[in-house]
Design a binder for this molecule. Structure first.
Ligand code: SF4
Length: 381
């Protein structure tokens, strides 16, 4: 029934003979599968801890960005029990730079739940996995399929793109999600569901890409309705995004003569919760950078750095003006702030945007590379 409802949202139902089948995709996967550090090799049993860790890291982040974090994380926390035992600050520090920090807090809570409730053994069903912190519908299905070979339909952005093209789904996202799921479910094979989940992810990542999909190499070229009309790049249909207004603010980089830098910790909940940062003003739509000095955390001879630090969060873009000051080693930290040795900055749980602020403010003294162009980052924090 669900399948029929989903098909009704397509331009017209694909002819019976040209329906995509899992076997074609699996045959392609056997030849072209990506080799990824968290992926079990053919014949190997997947490790649920590695599958879970990679799936959480890959949410909203690219494979290339995740690889070094994944490897370092695994070295530091080789088992779910070692991750559960680690202090929160250590987990946040290992995650710093990967963005979307609520994921790191949930990751830690999830490791603790798996260790306390199940003695370090991950549950194998989609329904049980969903009860764990930070595991939503997609992640539960992906872990169930990949780690435990459960016939679960894992539908992420890549899969949505492939399916909307295959069936030329006119309904825009996100409204089309139930229809997409209803089309994926009957495609999942009883045999090798884990490989199917990874195959469709690989197809979306390497062949059915957002721009210029390589349709000539696609195992589902024949049944693909969008390709037949030459309109593949126009799928998935999306509603026009409402542009959130730019917020502005000021960040204050203070260096003391004993080579320490002023930092504070953000409140545990909310944006960049629990992460470290140099003090900043509020971030507001009508913030006036000319008045930034009024928000400075202490009295000093403030100098405004040319350029700004830009960053795009999921819900709004941000532009920070950076003010710097050098002060005496006798200056005490304002309430709720602390002095951190410059050489130890790289060990602090600083999100990407705040590393850029410090790099911009400290210039040559920064532990991170600076660029001549004012930094601009992706949405990862
Ligand atoms: S034929 Fe092209 S558009 Fe259709 S699924 Fe394959 S790569 Fe995507």
């Amino acid at each position: 029934m669900a399948h029929a409802a989903a098909a009704s949202s397509c331009r017209s139902a694909p002819p019976e003979a040209a329906h995509p089948v899992a076997l074609d995709l699996l045959a392609w996967y056997d030849r072209h599968r990506r080799s990824l550090p968290w992926r079990a090799k053919p014949g190997e049993k997947p490790d649920p801890y590695r599958v879970w860790l990679s799936e959480i890291m890959l949410q909203q982040t690219t494979v290339a960005a995740v690889k070094p974090y994944y490897e370092r994380f695994l070295e530091r926390f080789p088992t779910v029990a070692s991750l559960a035992r680690a202090p929160t600050e250590e987990v946040m520090q290992a995650w710093a730079g990967l963005g979307y920090y609520a994921r790191a807090r949930n990751l830690h809570s999830c490791a603790q739940a798996v260790t306390e409730r199940n003695g370090g053994v991950f549950p194998s069903t989609e329904a049980e996995l969903r009860t764990l912190p930070g595991i939503g519908a997609y992640t539960a299905a992906a872990i169930a399929a990949i780690a435990f070979d459960e016939p679960a339909a894992a539908v992420d952005g890549n899969v949505e793109r492939v399916i909307t093209r295959l069936f030329a789904i006119e309904e825009p996202l996100p409204a089309a999600k139930p229809a997409i799921r209803a089309l994926v479910e009957p495609l999942v094979p009883r045999d090798r569901p884990g490989d199917f989940a990874q195959a469709i992810m690989d197809l979306g990542a390497t062949i059915c890409t957002p721009r210029r999909p390589a349709c000539a190499l696609c195992p589902w070229m024949q049944p693909c309705r969008a390709r037949a009309t030459g309109l593949q790049e126009t799928f998935p249909r999306k509603l026009e995004k409402v542009q959130n207004p730019l917020r502005r603010g000021a960040a204050f980089v203070v260096i003391r003569s004993d080579d320490t830098v002023l930092l504070r910790t953000r409140p545990p909940k909310g944006l960049l919760g629990g992460m470290a940062e140099p003090p900043t003003s509020a971030w507001e739509i009508d913030y006036d950078p000319a008045q930034a000095i009024l928000d400075a955390p202490l009295e000093a001879r403030w100098q405004r750095k040319p350029g700004v630090v830009r960053h795009v969060f999921t819900h709004f873009p941000l532009e920070l003006t950076v003010l710097t000051a050098r002060i005496s080693a006798r200056t005490e930290a304002p309430e709720g702030m602390r002095w951190v040795a410059r050489r130890d900055l790289a060990n602090e749980a600083l999100p990407g945007v705040m590393r850029k602020v410090l790099a911009h403010g400290l210039g040559e003294l920064s532990p991170w590379k600076t660029s001549k162009t004012p930094p601009r980052q992706g949405a990862s924090g």
